[in-house]
Each structure stands twice: as structure tokens, then as C-alpha cells.
Design a protein around this ligand. Structure first.
Ligand code: FES
Ligand code: FE2
Length: 442
């Protein structure tokens, strides 16, 4: 391999050969260039984001008939609407007359969507129902039946809506696999609702920096968030070491902080937790200090807690690292809360979230500084960056636990990088799967 040859000058198979030579998750070796090279970014776009399931939103965001949200699915705008019969549907946000973006609002409630260009009118089930001056200008020739909005494939799991551009996707449930055991703790320990529209902001960071951090990096909290310990907000700098790290198939992974001497969930909801969770899951939630994780490729989650007005309150959020370029991403954060908690508890839980992991939150600001500086170092086409490896060897010498009550590969103690290695292993597999499909089709 010519070391000065730019990745953009290589053929697709040369790029994949180069990635396979240099990215070695099993040995804990990940080259920095995969966090910033524009050609790798394009490959990810094609082989990962166009093919896998991506999170779009939560059913509670469209609780009523006629509610809709507009979201991005791998760079393309879609409308997710609950139609008048109560069915959730997703449509490509493009008018079938001349291609205008049909809906330009983020959310709302509508029976019909009227195109801003020539006024074609679509029902919230996607059917074209109105055309200005139809009889006069088209006579009987316009077949409105054939002009419905283009449907987009979606599936839901426990209130979470996922979409994909893959015409033949694996079932969402299979994609989530064993990780559902842990994902359930976050999104269906009780009936959960999203409060308010998601918060969104754009930072100059590569999308994988966020996923990489949330999939299993508790180690950084001692330093990046060291001020928290100095301020006495947590007992000490090694606060986040205790617990387990888990990974499952398909690149999913999380850290679970345990035990917690302080129960930070609403006590009155214990019966609901018991009803929604298995005894093993309930045992974990009863001892949970915090959990952070990442559902491949770019949906992270977090349950943490802080003291608000003398009481420990947990807060739950989902965060998506939406790529908008090799060195830029939009961070989208949903705040979730137990629907049946008291209004006071919900308010304080939200306060706990805003103080810590909203865009103005103390942890969030620490993290985004790191993501941005990593991206600045790794970005671009610098050939030398391909010789610079990052180290993911932590915990390679350790054996997983044999008796943890949940599935997956579980390590005692959160300070390991097994989840990262599992994440990049699947990342590599998907990029190579693209080549295999191309070769099979040749
Ligand atoms: S492009 Fe929508 S009505 Fe013409
Ligand atoms: Fe952090």
C-alpha cells in the first residue's frame, strides 16, 4: 500500500483492504483516521446508515390522532404521523407532484398536509385527497390513487420508533437481540413518555466520538468530569468504576453502575416496575446507580441521578449522534420520564437532566469539548494520520463473568474497553458486508 496515496484516490476494494489491514478491534487497535476521513464517512453512510435500523422517535411524541413529527432518516427528511385511525405511518417528506418538501414544521397535529408549492393536499395516511382546480386543469386524467406519499419502513419496540431505508431489513427485534434485556431498563421499566420536543444542537464532532464514549467509556469520568468529585457532587473520582460492562451482538453495549445505596426512582412505581420487568431486570434497577450505553450505530442512552432539593432523582435520556459530515454532527436529546410519577417528581427529574446532560449541562459541556478536539485531530485526509493508532486494549487480559443474571458478555467493573472493541468489530463487519454484497451481485 502506497502510504501517501489518499483514501479518496483508492478504489472501494482498496479502501476496504486498507481498513481491514489497519482496524483491529480484537487487538485493541483502532486507527484515528476512521474518525475523520471523508471517504470512510461516505462508506459509513452507504453501508451502515442506509442499511441498518435507526431511531426516529417515541410514540408518546405522537400520542394523539393527527399528531406528527418530522425526523431525519440517514440524511433524508421523513414525516411520522398517527393517522385518523390511530396507525403510525412514516412517509418520505416529498410531495409526489414536483418534489417539494411537504412539511417544514418539526411537529404538530394535522388531518392533512398541504404542499407549499402548488397546494396538493395529502391526508395523514399519505393519500392524495385534494388538487387545486383538479377538474379544470386535469379533467378526469389524474389518478390520485397513484400519487400517495412514499411510505418508509418503520417498526416499533416498546414505544420506540425505528426506521430504515433497507428494502429487506432483518426484523427490528432480531437487530436488538439480547440487548433488549438492558434497553428495557431504560425505555420500558415503566410506561415512559418523552417530555417536550427533543433538544438539538450541532457541534464540530465526528458522530462516532459520541457513540464511542457512551458505549462503555466510564474511565473518562475521573478526569473529564473530575470537577464533579471536587465539588462534592459524587463521593470520589472512582465513583463510576463499580458495576459491570456488557456487550451483545450487533455492536450494542452498555455500562451499568451498581450498587447504589440510594434508590433514585419513584418508590410508588415499584409495582409497575415489577410488572414490566423480569425479576432479574428488577433486581438490577433496584440497585442501579446509573447506566449509559449505545445501540448501534448512533443511539445512546443514559440513566443517571443527582440530588435535587435534598432528594436523589434519576433522569433518563436518549441521545442520537446524527452525522452531518465527517467532522460535524447534530446531537438530539430526548428526555424521558415515568408517565405515572408525580408531577413534582417529573419536574425535578427534568431539572436533574437539564443540570447534567442537556446542552447546558455540566457533564454535556465537558464531553462535547472532548469530542470536538478528537475530531479536530483526526479530521481530513492527512495520510500520516493513517499511521496513528488509538489504544483500545483496556481489559483485554480479563475474563467475562459467568454468573451475571443478564445476557451478553459481561465484565465485572466498568473500566474496560470490551464494549468498544465489540462496537468496532460490528462496524467493520458492516463495511465488509457491503463489499460482499457487491461481489455477490457482480
Ligand atoms: S410540488 Fe407539491 S403541489 Fe406541486
Ligand atoms: Fe462524559
Amino acid at each position: 500500500m502506497n502510504k501517501t496515496k489518499l483514501v479518496s484516490e483508492m478504489s472501494r476494494n482498496e479502501v476496504l483492504d486498507h481498513i481491514n489491514e489497519t482496524v483491529c478491534p480484537e487487538e485493541g487497535r483502532i486507527p484515528a483516521f476512521i474518525l475523520g476521513d471523508p471517504t470512510i464517512y461516505k462508506l459509513e453512510e452507504e453501508q451502515i446508515f442506509m442499511k441498518t435500523w435507526l431511531f426516529l422517535g417515541h410514540e408518546s411524541e405522537i400520542a394523539n390522532k393527527g399528531d406528527y413529527i418530522t425526523r431525519d432518516l440517514a440524511g433524508y427528511s421523513i414525516i411520522i404521523a398517527k393517522d385518523d385511525e390511530g396507525t403510525i405511518r412514516a412517509f418520505y417528506n416529498m410531495c409526489t407532484h414536483r418534489g417539494m418538501k411537504l412539511c417544514r414544521a418539526d411537529h404538530g397535529n394535522k388531518k392533512t398536509f398541504t404542499c407549499p408549492y402548488h397546494g396538493f393536499n395529502f391526508k395523514n395516511n399519505g393519500k392524495l385527497v385534494g388538487v387545486p382546480l383538479q377538474k379544470e386543469i386535469y379533467g378526469d386524467t389524474l389518478d390520485k390513487e397513484k400519487m400517495s406519499l412514499h411510505q418508509v419502513t418503520i417498526e416499533t419496540y416498546k414505544g420506540c420508533i425505528f426506521g430504515t431505508w433497507n428494502p429487506d431489513p432483518e426484523p427490528l427485534s432480531d437487530f436488538l437481540g439480547d440487548f433488549k434485556f438492558y434497553w428495557d431498563l431504560v425505555i420500558c421499566r415503566a410506561e415512559m413518555v418523552v417530555l417536550g420536543p427533543p433538544q438539538r444542537y450541532i457541534i464540530h464532532s465526528h458522530w462516532k466520538t459520541g457513540a464511542d464514549n457512551f458505549v462503555g467509556d466510564s474511565y473518562h469520568t475521573m478526569v473529564t468530569h473530575g470537577s464533579i468529585a471536587q465539588l462534592g457532587m459524587v463521593p470520589g473520582p472512582k465513583y463510576s468504576k463499580k458495576g459491570v460492562q456488557v456487550h451483545t451482538e450487533n455492536g450494542h453495549g452498555c455500562n451499568i453502575g451498581m450498587p447504589n445505596p440510594i434508590y433514585a426512582f419513584p418508590e410508588e412505581l415499584i409495582p409497575e416496575y415489577k410488572e414490566n420487568l423480569s425479576p432479574e431486570q428488577f433486581e438490577i434497577i433496584s440497585n442501579l446507580k446509573n447506566t449509559n450505553g449505545n445501540l448501534f450505530p448512533n443511539l445512546s442512552f443514559l440513566v443517571s441521578h443527582t440530588e435535587i432539593k435534598g432528594q436523589h432523582i434519576s433522569n433518563t435520556s436518549l441521545r442520537q449522534w446524527r452525522p452531518v459530515g465527517p467532522d460535524k454532527m447534530e446531537v438530539i436529546t430526548w428526555f424521558l420520564v415515568e408517565k405515572h410519577a408525580s408531577e413534582d417528581w417529573k419536574r425535578r427529574s427534568r431539572e436533574s437532566f437539564v443540570l447534567t446532560f442537556s446542552p447546558s449541562g455540566i457533564f454535556e459541556q465537558d464531553d462535547t469539548e472532548v469530542f470536538t478536539d478528537i475530531t479536530a485531530a483526526a479530521k481530513g485526509i492527512l495520510p500520516q494520520i493513517r499511521e496513528m493508532n488509538l489504544n483500545y486494549t483496556m481489559g483485554l487480559h480479563r475474563e467475562p463473568l459467568k454468573d451475571f443474571p443478564g445476557p451478553g458478555v459481561v465484565y465485572d467493573d466498568k473500566f474496560t474497553e470490551a464494549s468498544h472493541r465489540n462496537y468496532y468489530k460490528y462496524w467493520l463487519e458492516l463495511l465488509n458486508r457491503g463489499r460482499k454484497e457487491t461481489e455477490d451481485g457482480e
